[in-house]
Design a protein around this ligand. Structure first.
Ligand code: FEO
Ligand code: CA
Ligand code: CA
Length: 662
């Protein structure tokens, strides 16, 4: 849900994730107008260049996009043959004909052996620490090495981004209820954050949880101690009274999306960490830094957090926010492994981590910083991945170069390195080491001249073309004088998707190149509404248009599966999953496959290796105006009196066992 609505609808759990704190967003009107006037010529030039230096031939297809819909039915050019469902908004989930959507893991489900059965009226921090957490987001399915079929048994790894206090607990009715949360209630919320690892198996066509599995694990914000590594580890700006070393952090917060490394570890990304902190940051030594990340006090989450856990009070612990906003790596195959905050990847409101192995073995990770007018990043490891020695890759992510994207009007991106001592990243600008550059990644990127974007969410490389898709969810604050070719609409309420095209070399796609090409893949919104300026394939149906794309996954044919996080009042329908070809005659033609219940966002999505199960998180069902524990707008998935809605991971399969998309 976008934040303006969430703020009104649900003050008890308002999580501000699209502030603008970038002071560096103004361009001259003359710059923009001249850039726009030359855009068409530039696009043609870019297309010609790309045809000679890039993989694939899909780029020129963008010029065929249309804002119109066809009135006469004809055979769909899409490779996706499922029957599209209709837009709508009700209390249930809907999926294409022939498919089953099975609620698999719900908030509160016991996942650790011996965990108590969920009782919504008898919650405790101890029980929540052994049960599936709240607001499931990122999902990843990892086969188990000894499984006979790597798509029938494996580990489902799921982030728990945040909590909806007024849907979790009875009688949270107003801001004073929030202020009066007990220490135990806040501890329950801390335990409901983080991540779950759960062994699952498919039996007679149904997925089930293996509750006795020794792999099952909860990582929480309450009691999981994490190590800090990389250039910022031990920096004095990471030191607190509880951790004078600056190398050990209690927990992880607001884990949104993530990624999986080629060596089978999870990357879980800390996003809107600023929301948890209270106190006046302007009185601290970190005032400028905290302002840039939106740590502005008072807490937009609940002041009770700082009351009961003083580390969330920036006046008492001014460095504590610096210990969040990182990418966390852990090994799901070792339930005792300690999660590690990898500072080399920078600090921002990380949406996710799109991982790819370059042709030379180096690992490249793409990240979006989800805030209005913030940036797209790329990290390149120094060393190559060793596919034959898992242990050799253990600390691969501690050494490498972080870059930020600068887009130009002619269709080129330049990746600018964030390296201490280079360009403006020196003592003159208060950067005294690489740790400073990483702790203040945003300010470093500002100084380099990065391009302010329309809220970058997932950034995912296609497994078939190597092109990288950047999901820009929306930006209603972009003014007409702030548009550019890569963020082409003012008041961008529906978002758009970019396609980045790395150069092709004789050895393969080069994700480490200094320059890529870029193109707009689609512009979301209603193609029937001229004011939206939407652009899709000309055969877009009345149910295929989407708003505020957020997360993405590719199937084994290179088709993109998009989930949305939109303003339901704006669109008139709920969030869902849209599938779309990225190449061929059906390029940029989304089809609606699934939609979630009232108030929900459809978020983390992944597909099993055999392409026959799609796992998706249905986050915050019932989170809307007037909806709370007593009177939720839906009680999905249990649909029984007294039980509030429960964030749930759904497993979608074809009833006849066909691949997803059939
Ligand atoms: Fe947690 Fe950017 O969504
Ligand atoms: Ca998201
Ligand atoms: Ca979002």
């Amino acid at each position: 849900m976008i934040q303006d609505e969430r703020a009104q609808a649900n003050s008890a759990c308002y999580v501000e994730d699209d502030l603008c704190s970038n002071p560096n967003i103004d361009r001259t009107i003359g710059d923009v107008i001249s850039a726009r006037l030359s855009r068409r010529t530039a696009m043609q030039a870019a297309t010609a260049i790309l045809a000679t230096k890039c993989l694939g031939s899909s780029v020129s297809a963008v010029e065929k996009l249309s804002v119109s819909t066809k009135s006469e039915p004809k055979a769909s050019p899409s490779s996706l043959t499922f029957g599209e469902i209709e837009h709508g908004d009700d209390g249930l989930v809907h999926v294409a004909d022939g498919y089953e959507a099975q609620p698999l893991l719900r908030w509160g489900d016991a996942i650790i052996s011996g965990a108590p059965v969920f009782d919504v009226l008898k919650q405790s921090p101890a029980s929540q620490s052994q049960q599936f957490g709240y607001n499931c987001d990122f999902t990843a399915f990892l086969p188990l090495p000894d499984a006979k079929d790597g798509s029938q048994r494996g580990l489902l790894c799921v982030n728990h981004e945040y909590t909806d206090t007024n849907l979790m607990f009875p009688n949270i009715l107003d801001s004073s209820s929030l202020e009066n949360l007990t220490r135990e209630q806040v501890a329950i919320e801390l335990a409901a954050h983080g991540h779950s690892v759960v062994e699952i198996q498919r039996h007679r066509g149904r997925w089930q949880v293996v509750r006795s599995s020794s792999f099952n694990r909860r990582i929480t914000a309450l009691d999981t101690i994490m190590k800090v590594t990389g250039p910022a580890a031990g920096h004095k700006r990471l030191q607190t009274s509880a951790d004078p070393t600056g190398k050990e952090v209690l927990g992880t917060l607001n884990n949104c999306a993530g990624g999986v490394t080629p060596w089978g570890t999870m990357l879980i990304c800390e996003e809107n960490f600023n929301n948890y902190f209270s106190g006046d940051p302007s009185t601290t030594s970190e005032a400028r830094n905290h302002f840039r990340y939106g740590v502005s006090g008072p807490s937009q989450f609940s002041p009770a957090w700082a009351k009961h856990f003083p580390r969330f009070d920036v006046e008492q612990e001014p460095h504590e926010p610096n210990r969040f906003g990182w990418v966390v790596e852990f090994d799901p195959y070792d339930p005792n492994s300690q999660p590690v905050k990898r500072t080399a990847l920078g600090r921002c409101k990380h949406e996710g981590a799109g991982v790819v192995v370059n042709h030379d073995g180096r690992v490249v990770i793409y990240c979006g910083d989800d805030e209005r007018f913030d940036y797209v990043y790329r990290f390149v490891t120094d060393r190559a991945y060793d596919p034959h020695n898992r242990e050799a890759n253990r600390d691969l992510l501690d050494d490498g170069v972080l870059h930020v994207a600068q887009f130009d009007e002619a269709g080129t991106i330049r990746w600018l390195p964030l390296v201490y001592g280079q360009g403006p990243l020196t003592a003159e600008n208060d950067f005294h080491c690489q740790g400073d550059v990483l702790i203040e990644t945003r300010r470093a990127a500002d100084l380099l001249g990065a391009t302010p974007m329309d809220r970058p969410e997932d950034v995912e490389p296609s497994p078939t073309t190597g092109h990288v898709f950047v999901i820009l969810t929306n930006n209603s604050k972009r003014k007409p004088e702030q548009i550019d070719a890569v963020n082409p609409r003012p008041d961008n309420q529906h978002g758009h998707i970019l396609e980045l095209i790395p150069p092709m070399t004789s050895n393969g796609v080069d994700h480490t190149a200094d320059e890529f090409a870029w193109e707009v893949f689609l512009r979301a919104g209603d193609p029937q509404e001229a004011s939206h300026g939407a652009r899709y394939h000309e055969s877009i149906s009345r149910n295929g248009w989407l708003s505020s794309p957020d997360n993405a996954a590719f199937d084994n044919q290179g088709r993109i599966w998009l989930t949305t996080d939109s303003d339901h009042k704006l669109t008139g329908f709920g969030d869902g999953i849209y599938a779309c070809d990225t190449t061929g005659p059906g390029r940029a033609l989304p089809k609606l496959f699934f939609r979630g219940p009232r108030g929900s966002e459809v978020s983390g999505i992944c597909i099993s290796p055999d392409n026959k199960t799609l796992f998706v998180s249905v986050q915050h069902p019932g989170e809307e105006e007037g909806s709370d524990f007593q009177k939720p707008s839906t009680r999905w998935p249990d649909n029984r009196p007294g039980m509030p809605p429960r964030p749930t991971v759904v497993a979608i399969t074809h009833k006849a066992g066909k691949p997803i998309g059939s």
